[in-house]
Design a protein around this ligand. Structure first.
Ligand code: DAH
Length: 339
C-alpha cells in the first residue's frame, strides 16, 4: 500500500511541476484528490484495512494528500504570479511612441463670422434669439406688412409646405414673434437659415443665413439706427470703416435704407474688390413701420424701433475674401482649414 501511495504521490508531484497553467493544475487536483481521484480511492480503501493498522494507514494517506495539496497550492501561486506578470508586460505603454494624430474639426467661416457678429451685438446689450425655419406665411409676410398679392411675396418666392406654411424666406418673422411676446424694450438679434427658390451660383443659394436685428423702445430714432450700424461696421471691418445709408424700400420699415461700408481693401479709392465703387453693400435696415408695431401688439404712438437684416454668407465672403459662395457649402477641409 505504501508503495502504491508513494508512486501516486510521485506521479502527482511530477504532473504539478509540469502544469503550464491554472487549468492544467486543476486537472491534476481532480485526478488525484477529487471525489473519484486516485489518492481519494486509496483513502476509501481504509475499510479493508485491519482495524489495528488503520491509524498508521490513515496517517500515511493523509501525509500523501497533504504533500500533494501543498504542492498544488505552491504551483498555483507561482502560476498566478506568472500570469499577472505576463499581463502587466502585455499592457506596458510605450510612452516614447509617437501619439496618434487627433483630427479635430475646424470652425466654418460662417460660424466664425456669426460668432464675431454675436460678440459685437452682445457687447451692445442685445439678446440672441431664434425662430423656426418652417414658418406661417402670416409671420413671414402678413405681419411684416406684406399682404397677399404684394409684389414682395414674389421677390421672396420660397418653398411652400401648404398655403399657410412655408420655409421662411427671411429672418424678419422673428421680429413679429418677439414683438408679440410683449416684453419691452426689445434689443435682439436673430441669426438663422432662410430659403428662397433661387438657383445656385457664385452669389446665390436656395438656402443661406441671415441675421435679423430689432430694437424697440420709447424714443428710438434713426440716429440710434445709424450709430448702431456704424459701430457694428467699424467693429467688424476695422476702425477706419465708414458707412453710407442709401434710401431703399422694405415693406416693414419706413424709412428704409441699404447700408454700404467703405471698401476695407482700398479704403474707398476703388479697386477690384469693390468693383471700383469704393463702397460695398452689406445690409438692409430701417425704422420699424408703425403698422408692423400695431399688428404685433405694440402701441406705435408710444414706441418706435429700428430693424436690420444682414446676410451672413456675404459677411463671411467679404471678411475672408472668398470669391465664390459655393465654397462655403462644399465642406472641403482644404478650404475650411484656411480660416
Ligand atoms: N428681410 C430682408 C430681406 O431678406 C432684409 C431686411 C431689410 C431686414 C431691412 C430688416 C430690415 O430687418 O429692416 O431682404
Amino acid at each position: 500500500m505504501n508503495e502504491q501511495l508513494t508512486k501516486l504521490t510521485g506521479e502527482a508531484l511530477e504532473k504539478i511541476a509540469k502544469a503550464q497553467d491554472l487549468d492544467a493544475l486543476n486537472g491534476v487536483r481532480v485526478e488525484y484528490l477529487g471525489k473519484k481521484g486516485l489518492i481519494t480511492a486509496v483513502m476509501k480503501g481504509m475499510k479493508d484495512v485491519a482495524p489495528e493498522d488503520r491509524p498508521a494507514f490513515g496517517q500515511v494517506v493523509n501525509e500523501a494528500r497533504q504533500q500533494v495539496e501543498e504542492a498544488l497550492e505552491k504551483a498555483k501561486q507561482a502560476l498566478s504570479e506568472k500570469a499577472e506578470e505576463e499581463r502587466l508586460k502585455a499592457e506596458v505603454i510605450d510612452v516614447t511612441l509617437p501619439a496618434k494624430k487627433a483630427n479635430i474639426g475646424h470652425g466654418h467661416p460662417c460660424q466664425i463670422a456669426l460668432d464675431e457678429v454675436e460678440r459685437i451685438f452682445i457687447g451692445m446689450g442685445y439678446e440672441v434669439v431664434e425662430g423656426p425655419e418652417i414658418e406661417w406665411q402670416e409671420y413671414n409676410f402678413t405681419k411684416l406688412n406684406i399682404p397677399e398679392g404684394h409684389p414682395a411675396r414674389d421677390e421672396q418666392d420660397t418653398f411652400y409646405i401648404n398655403d399657410e406654411i412655408l420655409l421662411r424666406s427671411q429672418t424678419s418673422p422673428v421680429q413679429a414673434r418677439v414683438m408679440e411676446q410683449g416684453k419691452l424694450p426689445i434689443r435682439m438679434i436673430a441669426p438663422g437659415r432662410v430659403f428662397r427658390s433661387d438657383s445656385i451660383d457664385a452669389t446665390h443659394s436656395p438656402s443661406f443665413y441671415q441675421i435679423e436685428g430689432l430694437v424697440v423702445d420709447r424714443h428710438i430714432t434713426m440716429t440710434d439706427l445709424k450709430g448702431t450700424l456704424d459701430e457694428f461696421a467699424k467693429e467688424l471691418f476695422g476702425p477706419d470703416t465708414k458707412t453710407r445709408f442709401r434710401p431703399h424700400h422694405f415693406p416693414f420699415t419706413e424709412p428704409s435704407a441699404e447700408v454700404d461700408v467703405s471698401c476695407f481693401k482700398c479704403g474707398g479709392k476703388g479697386c477690384r474688390f469693390c468693383k471700383d465703387e469704393g463702397w460695398i453693400e452689406i445690409l438692409g435696415c430701417g425704422m420699424v413701420h408703425p403698422h408692423v408695431l400695431d399688428m404685433c401688439g405694440i402701441d406705435s404712438n408710444e414706441y418706435t424701433g429700428f430693424a436690420f437684416g444682414v446676410g451672413l454668407e456675404r459677411i463671411a465672403l467679404l471678411k475672408y475674401e472668398i470669391d465664390d459662395m459655393r465654397l462655403l457649402y462644399e465642406n472641403d477641409q482644404r478650404f475650411l482649414n484656411q480660416f
